[in-house]
Design a protein around this ligand. Structure first.
Ligand code: NAD
Ligand code: ZN
Length: 352
């Protein structure tokens, strides 16, 4: 089979590989559509998870099942499925402890294009199919379905990590596709005011998803602008979905005492994160910093899929660049690296 791989840090291309084997609990699937993620860019060009040789990239797709193992109960060949970017081993101790995304070790629930071949391939392997796949609702098209692999679950996880409550004032730093979904999730959780940090034309989309105010990080420190907008009080919660290690100091400065930060940003470079001593209440300010990988798995896919299926969440504005066929995959990947101003997500359709 053909797959589009990271050959080494900074180099990618099509390679030929054997079709993966299907264990008793597994499924083999073929993608119906795939989406490119900023994480693919961090992995391939920044070497953020270290060197990988001939590893097929990609972890966002929806798919058709082509083969299932003898012990798979709920899926069969021909089923169209949602596929989470994170596919935990559900019988692991980490999953039993509530941290399925770290099943088998730190971040090890993230298998596609990390510890094994990803989904930019004619066929790919899914571990624990009953625990990780979800049937694709009939009224969700294959392009929108790709947004459920990672963008919706990650953006919403930022909201969970920040513990957004009714009436909160929330700052969302970074409004790429993940941040836009954090704005949408924050709005659904009942925030009264949502301040979004961003400059690109996607601000228009952020407004539709519920952002009430905008700040540009190009106009000086975020915290000064946010403190000015809130009569010096700051915000209850911060979701971080963009920027670098320096955004944590900004976030801490923006928070009220007792506030919480939810980070889902993948920090691709830098050795340390600075926490400003004084604004962190000289160690006693009750300002929590939570960072996490999105939870994957079937239940999460079914529930988030139900939001889209029921018309409560419209993910269609995210897919700004849709291509037809594998021939356009490289173009889509390079587009995500170069991020033209009007880009939110590139998607490659392989079927209807
Ligand atoms: P993106 O690059 O499209 O969006 C990030 C946004 O942040 C951009 O709009 C950019 O202009 C903005 N930004 C850059 N510097 C900034 C700064 N200093 N202050 C404020 N905003 C700034 O990325 P995305 O696809 O939306 O993903 C966001 C992050 O989430 C990426 O790092 C991605 O790798 C990561 N991610 C994490 C998980 C997870 O499970 N935790 C899953 C998927 C993606
Ligand atoms: Zn992703």
């Amino acid at each position: 089979m053909k797959g589009y791989a990271m050959l080494k840090i900074g180099q990618s291309g099509w390679i030929e590989k054997g079709r993966p084997a299907c264990g008793p609990l597994d499924a083999i699937c073929k993608p119906l559509a795939v989406a490119i993620c900023t994480s693919d860019i961090h992995t391939l060009w920044e070497g953020a998870i270290g060197e990988r040789h001939d590893m097929i990239l990609g972890h966002e797709c929806c798919a058709e099942v082509v083969e299932v193992g003898a012990d798979v109960k709920d899926f069969k060949p021909g089923d169209r499925v949602l596929v989470p970017a994170i596919t935990p081993d559900w019988n692991s101790l980490e999953a039993q402890a509530g941290y399925s995304m770290h099943s088998g070790g730190m971040l090890a629930g993230w298998k596609f294009s990390n510890f094994k071949d990803g989904v930019f391939s004619e066929f790919f392997h899914v571990n624990d199919a009953d625990g990780n796949l979800a049937l694709l609702p009939k009224n969700i098209n294959v392009v929108d379905a790709c947004m459920l692999s990672d963008m919706v679950p990650t953006g919403f996880h930022g909201v969970e990590l920040a513990d957004v409550q009714f009436g909160d004032t929330v700052l969302v730093i970074g409004i790429g596709p993940v941040g836009l979904m954090s704005v949408a999730g924050t709005n659904m959780r009942g925030a009264s005011r949502i301040i979004a940090v961003g400059t690109r034309p996607v601000c228009v989309e952020a407004k539709k998803y519920g952002a009430t105010d905008f700040v540009s990080y190009k106009n000086g420190p975020i915290f000064q602008q946010v403190l000015d907008m809130t009569d010096g009080k700051g915000v209850d919660k911060v979701v971080i979905a963009g920027g670098g290690v320096e955004t944590f100091a900004e976030a801490v400065k923006c928070l009220k005492p007792g506030g919480k930060i939810g980070n889902v940003n993948y920090l691709g470079s830098g050795d340390n994160i600075d926490i400003p001593r004084v604004e962190w209440g000289v160690g006693m300010g009750h300002k929590q910093i939570n960072g996490g990988l999105m939870p994957g798995g079937r239940l999460r896919m079914e529930k988030l899929g139900a939001l889209v299926s029921a018309g409560k969440l419209d993910v269609s504005p995210l897919s700004t660049h849709v291509f037809d066929g594998w021939d356009h995959l490289e173009e889509a990947l390079f587009l995500m690296r170069d991020k033209p101003k009007d880009l939110i997500k590139p998607v490659v359709k392989l079927a209807d």
